[in-house]
Design a protein around this ligand. Sequence first.
Ligand code: CA
Length: 131
Amino acid sequence: MENVKVLIVEDEASIRKFVKINLERSKFIVFEAESGEEALESFSSIKPDVVVLDVMLPKIDGFEVLRRIREIDNEVIVIMLTAKSQDMDKIMGLEIGADDYMIKPFNPLELIARINTIFRRINKDESKNKK
Ligand code: CA
């Protein structure tokens, strides 16, 4: 996938780097934020196509970051990272606008596959609308 910008929001540097390396290998353009604050500050200037957003972040958690992103952008693809199954229930229940979620630990190749699947779905919808 070319010219797709991904913003990784994760306070754990090791996970951030690991995801970044794998996404870059698949030709994504990767930006990092180590806190919710940083993600929200840089969101408008980066204009990412995809946000990979950890739930467990200090101060502003991933749900709150997602809520604030959705106030300004309904198009951006958001994939939540969660360590606990309860978080998954919250994601499904709150319907705050995540497109997908991954439960840690996860295979970065699966993350990439899911991003590609969402893009394929969007492209299909767009070609449908053109008819
Ligand atoms: Ca975290």
